[in-house]
Design a protein around this ligand. Sequence first.
Ligand SMILES: [Fe+2]
Length: 401
Amino acid sequence: MVKLQTGLVCAGCAQGKYMVKAKGFFLAVLRWGDAEGPLDGWGPFAYVPIDPAGNGTFYFSGRRAIPREATHVWAHCVNYDFSAAEDGCAEIPERFLNTAAPDPSAMRFSVLTDLHLSGKPWRITQALKATESDTLFLLGDATNDGLPDQFSLFQACIRDSVPEKVIFPVPGNHDITHPRFNLPGTAAYGGFQETLLSKAAEKGYTVDRRESSLAYAVRVGRADVIGLQCVTEGRKFLFPEGKEPLGWLEARLDSFPDAARHIILCHAPLLNHNPHRNEGAPYLNRDKELQAILDRHTNILFLSGHTHVSPNLPRGSADWDAERNNIYLDCGSAVETDTGGGQELMAPDWQDGVVTELAVSGDAVEISMRSVKTGVRFPRAYYRFSRSDPMKTWTSAAHCR
Ligand SMILES: [Fe+2]
């Protein structure tokens, strides 16, 4: 008989301990569900080995959220030769359910990053079609080699699949390879960005472009969106401001204190909020300066890509600075993600490319990621951070990291 117990620690949060008792079984697959069974459209969140005594334990970390529809956790257990299977479930205690109502006035954004177009436009079209919102952020490395032909092909993919969407891009290190690609008569990243921003302007957005770089800022509803250029020719992670500090960024953040959210688009993550952070050196040459600016402000949503790290890894891909209500999200990649040869059991689709969907309001940010290929939602990539959230009080608690 399969028995399941949960040891959750905070309302609406998946953080905690999941204990399976299944004598004679070998493996338990954990999923969110209701009284009837697992939720449709959501993949499993853990594969838990069962020891010979019949016990298995999974610790869910990284502050993921519990889906609103979930009232139960389901365990599907199989024996060692997969000849027998049995299901069990546990009700989620009422005080831990996610009862936060969806905010109908929340702003919706889709995010794609690291598409690396070289010669397979169908992969780009598939990813673009997988996005749900009318507004799309492209976080860089749209192309693999930064060639004018690749950007022309990318534009054709947009025209074919999502012609009506408003798209705000930033460059990645693969997009800017040599200055000659942006000479008059050619159209590489510079032309690509200008075409997309001009289209946004035609739709009524006022885009404030920097003269000294490809950075820009634009009000989108109650959000202020700031696109950074953090790379220069030769695939270098350099802000092109020379010795100038990033004062313009700080000035922009100060200009709109009323923004419901400052959304910063930057190809690479900051050192302190990088899923690879334990490996040391920062990507960005102005990592500390940029972090210090963000730490002087509140209500920031910092979106990055570049790492290709799968959001399904245990540590997760979102950090929340609850004191400032600043969120840092690494968005994986639209091509196959990196599970880093993980040490645990993993589903094959945890390497799939991902599309990220955001619901942003003044109080809360809801983040969900799905497989570009199948549309299945990843429970390990579902977050909800809210100023009124009791999780806020846990910032210093070790078990909440
Ligand atoms: Fe990159």
